[in-house]
Design a protein around this ligand. Structure first.
Ligand code: C5P
Length: 295
């Protein structure tokens, strides 16, 4: 049998996402704090004569199974960069919500890079992987590095954040997705110039491992735009607060809402309240490591 490699990568939540007006390239400069959370996608590659892609797991019908899939593009990019004259059969097993603002597609691309490096024995360095990841999408480098990190520029200039402890999260997904460009477009239509800041209080909360302080400092400048496109998200956030969440925000460009809980027990209480207003509710913890080989 031909060599078969599986890599796993985490989804993310933005603890803080400050967005400025778009630059000439159409991208918005951001200052964000990413946290990798324990919802993972697995990407399996097997050497093949031509490219193919299959998907299993949650939301599988929403995932493209052609060259528009970011994991497919990642494998092709690695092959092109290293002169590999071989294709791969790609399989993605999904747990990260699709089109949810949790960087599921980016996680798949990151896992695909790690798997392709191993499949073809390329000996890529972390810097090599980061360079290709940034070409694929703004959130792909973070899916490689994981843990908690500040992201500047488009989100690809990463600096690890020191922290301690584990945070407990509840994620409320919706039956519909929100397109990232559409949410940025809605942001452009209405938002005033924002300052690209990261609150000292947030970094202090991470250093101390203090969920109460972290809950108070969660911020997402894209949230008003996401709520204008999907007004029900405001209710979802309110339900999370009423159920005892320490903080609740739209995750990235949405529509997933991330609620921070004090403990595992609180997670379950918040999850059962959110279950009444969400399509699906998932619990997870963070931070976790970035993309890595599993077999
Ligand atoms: O880089 P990525 O493919 O994830 O971005 C998808 C789209 O989201 C971009 O084409 C752009 O419209 C928007 N975007 C942005 N500013 C960012 C990141 C993404 O405007 N910092």
């Amino acid at each position: 049998m031909r060599k078969r490699i599986t890599a796993r990568a985490p989804g993310k939540v933005n603890l803080s996402l400050a967005v400025a007006a778009a630059g000439a390239d159409g991208y918005h400069p951001i200052a964000t704090v990413f946290q990798a959370i324990s919802l993972f996608d697995d990407v399996t590659l097997q050497a093949a004569d031509e490219f193919s892609l299959t998907v299993s797991g949650d939301d599988e019908a929403m995932v493209p199974d052609d060259a528009s899939n970011l994991a497919w593009q990642a494998v092709e990019l690695v092959a092109a960069e290293y002169g590999i004259d071989e294709a791969a059969a790609i399989h993605i097993h999904k747990t990260i919500p699709v089109a949810g603002g949790m960087a599921g597609g980016s996680a798949d691309a990151a896992a695909a890079i790690v798997a392709a490096d191993e499949l073809w024995d390329l000996g890529m360095t972390p810097a090599d992987m980061h360079r290709l990841a940034a070409q694929l999408g703004s959130d792909v480098p973070f899916a490689l590095t994981g843990h908690t990190a500040i992201g500047l520029g488009r989100g690809t200039e990463l600096t690890q954040v020191l922290g301690r402890g584990t945070f407990h999260w509840v994620f409320a997904t919706q039956g519909f997705g929100l397109s990232t460009p559409e949410v940025f477009g809605e942001f452009d239509a209405a938002e005033r110039e924002q300052e690209l800041t990261i609150e000292d209080d947030l970094l202090a909360a991470l250093r101390a491992g203090d969920p109460l302080s972290l809950g108070k400092t969660l911020r997402n400048d894209l949230q008003p735009a996401a709520i204008r496109l999907a007004p029900a998200l405001a209710d979802t956030i309110a339900v999370a607060h009423e159920a005892g969440a320490l903080g609740a925000v739209v995750s990235g460009s949405g529509p997933t809402v991330a609620a921070l809980a004090l403990s595992n027990a609180d997670c379950l209480r918040i999850a059962s309240a959110l279950d009444k207003v969400a399509d699906r509710v998932l619990t997870a913890h963070g931070p976790v490591a970035g993309a890595r080989l599993v077999s």
